[in-house]
Ligand binder design. Sequence first.
Ligand code: GLN
Length: 337
Amino acid sequence: KEVETQTKLANVVVLATGGTIAGAGASAANSATYQAAKVGVEQLIAGIPELSKLANVRGEQVMQIASESITNDNLLQLGRRVAELADSKDVDGIVITHGTDTLEETAYFLNLVEKTDKPIIVVGSMRPGTAMSADGMLNLYNAVAVASSKDARGKGVLVTMNDEIQSGRDVSKMINIKTEAFKSAWGPLGMVVEGKSYWFRLPAKRHTMDSEFDIKNIKSLPDVEIAYSYGNVSDTAYKALAQSGAKAIIHAGTGNGSVSSRVVPALQELRKEGVQIIRSSHVNAGGFVLRNAEQPDDKYDWVVAHDLNPQKARILAMVALTKTNDSKELQRMFWEY
Ligand SMILES: NC(=O)CC[C@H](N)C(=O)O
């Protein structure tokens, strides 16, 4: 009977990339001072014997870095490996352990480009495993639980942090240090409690199976950069980014993606030279940028990032630019994804 139950368990692959979930500090009191990306995937899995009751789990070390150092090449490498595994008949779900600093970017990228309905869960932790009340074990346990459940299929890339199941599109690291770091302006999709998922809502935006983007057709990602706005801002950064070859500039704007009168002329000029200008908002708890409200986007031929924060807008812009350089098409994609 035991053998029978064993064969019914889902096969889950844990792809490890580094971050605090693989971090180690000098003492149990070091919850914030430690080195990220130290512990290997085998040790992470071996540290949670209870995983074997949830699924047949195996690990792969894809990279071992702090996530602020992730490059576009790293994203493509990870995305391709996820796609290979998702295509494999003996893989039912994929978990990616990741640093939390850019976790929201990777989760959104995979949400756009992975053509599968198999669960893909991105997970991290706010405290290293060596610290008191480390959160990584439970977050990873929850990730494997969701990855091995049939309920999680077709819901896009998900993030399990702090007992919640978040949409990889919506979620953002809104707080640091605290374990309740990951939030979405639109709320979590569900909760995981003692290895069981409880769902409350579904993502409304296009993702994975319903996406027009496919990692298999993406050879490289174009250079898209972000310029931050604030009082007394100048146009220096915008011009320099364009000069260094940016195909699009994400304006990390104040409020409703507003643009200083000191910057507007430079952005009009850059657009005429072919650079895409994408207005987003850097307000903390979730921006929402309306077309033609703060600026005449139709007249200037600019794009608005909808509710995407600047770093997520960069991800969609890169992926979108692999298909089109038409600003109207880009705007459609920003409404739909
Ligand atoms: N909590 C974390 O994972 C942060 C550690 C590191 N900065 C990273 O993103 O990998």
